[in-house]
Ligand binder design. Structure first.
Ligand SMILES: Nc1nc2c(ncn2[C@@H]2O[C@H](COP(=O)(O)OP(=O)(O)O)[C@@H](O)[C@H]2O)c(=O)[nH]1
Ligand SMILES: [Mg+2]
Length: 414
């Protein structure tokens, strides 16, 4: 009898131990399954990593969030990306831009997106953006060497200039960070490590709208048509911000070995082949190309699709480095749009430049809205035709067609 009791107690102890072990194992198994489930739902993997750090910069922290299960089309352009520079405070504005671009284009193509900022993006920014982009996303901090006021700048003169520009009511006249941004977009964005494996960028700013469907892939169009730069809108720059830009730029380009132009300033001339100077040297009133006269027209750079290797090349980058030495990105307020435009006009023939019509693209209230009612309907546009700017009298788009001898769109009689 005693024997029987002892055996029962032993057996029960064994059962308690087994039960205890079973509960522990089940608990950890459940945790593991739950973890896997949450992760698969999120489908975003996170890499906090310092990588590809070049020797000359110290703080280009890059974070990439990959969508591992993404199945992309075969005929996309592999080395193309959206590119945005913005601040943490631009979160709502950039969300609007992303949502309209994803809805009207990228949901079918899943191109990646690179975000750059002069200070680290907050977790809130990164998390919210990762949720609404359909492709992989990279966040990078702009190295100080690409952003800060360089040592050769005369701080006292700069302060006076900011006050002077402010007094003259120049837009962003007294704003130092705007100048840093314009200088970065002129001479540094294409050097970012986060962009190093790409050859094509499509610039997107906060608070822009894509109001029509884009059925065709603009990156693919660029590659197939052998283009290097694309624009949607063009207008004239405030002369006060680029007082010395034209003379400085001409001096650089016309001293390049390859440049041998014999036309005198003030002469009316035919387009010089291999340039698209006809766009910016065209006289505004008479529609003639007048040597040496800058009409202040520029491709509006808040939208641009460009070939990064063009910008990385020695002709463009050499140009930037030369004009940067004047300090006039700071003392004046040289914008990246006229800087890009002047370089493109000197370095690219008209057939390398693409004008995207019927894109439905809007920056704030100015944009391009299809004029033809069938296009408007077929592309499911939601833009106001009254705000269509391309053929407005202040637009430089007509001058681009005229100056570069391009065929006007069918319905336009200019
Ligand atoms: N990170 C960062 N981005 C900036 C700064 N200033 C402007 N930007 C970005 O630069 C681009 C142009 O600026 P925006 O204010 O839209 O200029 P506007 O279009 O000329 O009126 C936008 O993508 C802005 O988000 C800045 O100080 N820091
Ligand atoms: Mg803007």
């Amino acid at each position: 009898m005693l024997d029987k009791v002892i055996r029962m107690v032993r057996f029960k102890r064994l059962s308690y131990r087994t039960a205890f072990l079973t509960i522990i194992i089940s608990f950890f198994t459940c945790c593991y399954i739950l973890f896997q489930f949450i992760n698969s739902n999120d489908s975003i993997k996170r890499f906090d990593d310092y990588y590809l750090t070049p020797a000359d910069v110290v703080d280009n922290k890059i974070e990439i969030r990959i969508k591992p299960d993404l199945k992309r089309k075969n005929d996309i352009v592999k080395d193309a990306t959206f590119f945005t520079i913005c601040r943490n405070s631009d979160l709502d504005g950039i969300k609007n831009s992303i949502e309209s671009l994803e809805k009207n284009f990228n949901k079918n193509f899943n191109y990646p997106w690179i975000f750059a900022n002069d200070e680290p993006f907050t977790n809130e920014f990164k998390d919210k953006i990762s949720q609404i982009v359909s492709g992989d996303v990279t966040f990078t901090v702009i190295p100080k060497e690409y952003w800060d006021v360089p040592k050769f700048i005369d701080q006292t003169f700069l302060k006076d200039q900011l006050e002077q520009f402010e007094m003259e009511n120049v837009m962003y006249g007294g704003n130092l960070s705007y100048r840093k941004m314009c200088r970065f977009n002129s001479g540094f964005f294409y050097k970012l490590k986060a962009l190093s494996k790409y050859n094509w960028y499509w610039r997107v700013e906060p608070n822009v709208k894509y109001t029509c469907e884009l059925p065709e892939d603009p990156f693919k169009i660029m590659v197939d048509e052998n283009k290097l730069y694309a624009f949607v809108l063009a207008m004239t720059e405030d002369k006060r911000t680029v007082r010395k830009l034209w003379a400085t730029s001409r001096n650089y380009f016309e001293n390049l070995n390859s440049w041998n132009n014999t036309i005198e300033d003030g002469e009316i001339y035919q387009s010089i082949s291999n340039t698209s100077l006809g766009f910016i040297e065209q006289n505004t009133d008479r529609n003639e190309l007048v040597r040496g006269e800058f009409n202040y027209c520029h491709y509006w750079s808040n939208f641009e699709i460009g070939n990064l290797n063009f910008f990385r090349g020695s002709e463009y980058d050499g140009y930037f480095q030369e004009i940067d030495k004047t300090g006039n990105f700071f003392y004046e307020r040289w914008g990246d749009a006229p800087v890009h435009t002047i370089a493109i006009s000197y370095l690219l023939a008209p057939d390398k430049i693409k004008y995207f019509d019927n894109s439905g693209y809007f920056h704030e209230n100015i944009g391009n809205c299809p004029r033809d009612k069938n296009d408007y309907k077929d592309l499911h546009c939601k833009c106001s035709k009254h705000r269509e700017f391309s053929w407005h009298r202040h637009s430089c788009v007509p001058r681009w067609f005229k100056g570069l001898k391009m065929d006007l769109p069918q319905e336009i009689h200019w």
